[in-house]
Design a binder for this molecule. Structure first.
Ligand SMILES: *[C@@H]1O[C@H](CO)[C@@H](O)[C@H](O)[C@H]1NC(C)=O
Length: 169
């Protein structure tokens, strides 16, 4: 009797182990890409203290195959009230370059896209040595049609400060 129970217990244990092994190896891979979209109110190419974050901006994640140059995966999303988007991307993209790309701004005065500043790379492979599947992308900005009046002063201060820092180094 005890022997029979032991065998049953062992069978149960091994099937649990088998199921666990099967689920870890076949579980679908997915990544959560997060970032923020802003209005570049100074047309500066970076965030300043007068940057505004855009709600309802459309962005996409495109994964392009290294050798074929073909877009193998594309998924888009919208930003929330804090300008933050969250886009899920399924599968591992070891052989692809994945980029977050600006698509469309809901703001009439802030919808210009500057080629080169309209995208940022994200690494969507488990081989990248990161322990989480959440990937934070750099912020991307649409350009305001006219810089805000404060920007002149602000950018002069910014570049002045950068010069002082360079002199110290
Ligand atoms: C932003 O920075 C500039 C320059 O330092 C300053 O004059 C301005 O008051 C700041 N604006 C806000 C909204 O904090």
């Amino acid at each position: 009797m005890a022997k029979f129970e032991l065998i049953v217990a062992l069978c149960l244990l091994s099937s649990v182990a088998f199921v666990a092994a099967a689920t870890t190896t076949t579980a679908p891979t997915f990544f959560i890409v997060q970032g923020r979209i802003y209005c570049d109110t100074c047309r500066a190419g970076f965030e300043t203290n007068v940057t505004e974050y855009i709600s309802g901006a459309k962005v996409k994640v495109d994964c392009t195959h290294f050798s074929t140059g073909k877009v193998e995966h594309s998924n888009s999303g919208l930003t929330d009230s804090t300008g933050t988007y969250t886009i899920n991307v399924v599968d591992d993209h070891e052989d692809e370059t994945c980029e977050v790309v600006l698509v469309e701004s809901p703001l009439d005065k802030c919808k210009e896209i500057k080629v080169g500043r309209d995208r940022g790379q994200v690494v969507l492979t488990l081989d990248a040595g990161m322990s989480t599947n959440v990937r934070h992308a750099n912020s991307l900005g649409f350009l305001r049609d006219e810089p805000l009046p404060i920007c002149d002063k602000l950018l002069r201060e910014f570049y002045g400060l950068a010069e002082e820092e360079l002199n110290v180094l």
